[in-house]
Design a protein around this ligand. Structure first.
Ligand code: NAD
Length: 311
């Protein structure tokens, strides 16, 4: 069933994910790949000359593969790959094909693509399958996958077997029907984004009021406020040697992506009428940080508070 696999979107996440597929899929399997940038396709085909087939566009990938993964930045890119006049998916034979989208995008776009695919061929499946675990997780093949399909679905096994080649098998989580993988991912990152701002504010508050940063770290880790943003990704340089803050805020997970994900949470709250209030001030912090720190790790938002201190 793996004879023809496809992968579209070979960026920070997609390239190492495609490498894991090429490495782990049985001999004889072909992986058709496409990205707007040819450099990533060239790198793959040089590393796996017997498995990788470079495609000229997304349409070729959909035509030649029966199991396709997409890993694109935002909803507009996913729409353009699946629904544009250039791809013309409606004239591709999609019979029994499985299309897995691992991009973190808005629920509306994902549901629209799922609908589009189902109308073209009801035997085809479009499944949202966003990931958690950052670039290192993609390289190591230890990503968590949140799947918009239930365990009882007839195609669940094929989907989960494929994503396990790129992920941690204990973290492949069937979240329910279409878009619920995204609901899971967006909820997860909403909390991560809010928690990152709350952690920066707490560190700034305690330090300005005279507490030694190392003692504040020990205090926060000793009580109920302990969380991964404090303990592992602490934004204050020098407290956690492996944290991005101690390494020039090199990402990690870029502040611009965290901002995108929190705003997806705010958008989802509007769609589903949730009265969340912390999204707006969190977005305000990220919006102020993005011009200077968008390309750095998300924990660099701490500079907004700390830099003030110096002038
Ligand atoms: P990226 O910008 O590095 O890569 C996206 C790739 O898509 C690029 O190579 C780009 O050329 C390609 N692309 C864009 N439009 C295309 C099109 N029409 N046809 C073909 N290729 C196209 O992004 P990334 O960091 O790999 O993230 C991808 C998704 O994964 C995002 O939704 C992001 O939020 C999510 N994500 C990222 C991380 C992370 O740590 N980077 C972690 C979890 C989830």
């Amino acid at each position: 069933e793996y004879r023809n696999v496809g992968f579209i979107g070979l960026g920070v996440m997609g390239l190492p994910m495609a490498k894991n597929l090429a490495r782990k899929l049985p001999d004889g399997t072909k992986v058709a790949v496409y990205d707007l940038s040819t450099a990533a396709m060239d790198e793959l085909s040089q590393e796996f000359p017997n498995k990788i087939v470079k495609a000229n566009n997304a349409r070729e990938v959909f035509s030649h593969s029966n199991l396709i993964v997409t890993m694109l930045p935002e909803g507009k890119h996913v729409s353009s790959v699946y629904m544009s006049s250039e791809t013309q998916l409606d004239s591709v034979d999609l019979k029994n094909k499985i299309l897995i989208d691992s991009s973190t995008i808005d629920v509306e776009t994902s549901l629209a693509v799922a609908d589009h695919v189902a109308k073209i061929d009801s035997s085809a499946l479009f499944c949202d399958a966003p990931v958690s675990g950052q670039a290192q997780g993609a390289i190591d093949g230890t990503l968590a996958f949140f799947l918009g399909i239930s365990e009882s679905h007839g195609k669940y096994k094929v989907v989960s077997d494929l994503v396990r080649l790129m992920g941690n098998k204990d973290k492949v989580l069937p979240c329910g029907g279409p878009s619920l993988g995204l609901v899971a991912k967006i909820s997860h990152n909403y909390l991560a984004g809010v928690m990152s701002v709350a952690t920066c504010e707490t560190m700034d508050l305690g330090i300005r009021a005279g507490l030694d940063p190392k003692m504040l770290y020990r205090v926060l880790c000793a009580g109920a406020a302990r969380n991964p943003m404090v303990e592992h990704a602490n934004p204050v340089p020098g407290l956690v040697p492996t944290a991005a803050s101690s390494n020039g805020y090199k990402p990690g997970f870029r502040a611009s992506l965290m901002a995108k994900d929190v705003s997806l949470g705010v958008q989802m709250a509007q769609t589903y009428k949730s009265n969340i209030v912390l999204g707006a001030p969190t977005m305000d912090v990220y919006r102020r940080a993005l011009p200077k720190y968008g390309g750095y790790d998300f924990t660099a938002i701490y500079r907004l508070y700390a830099d003030d201190q110096n002038g």
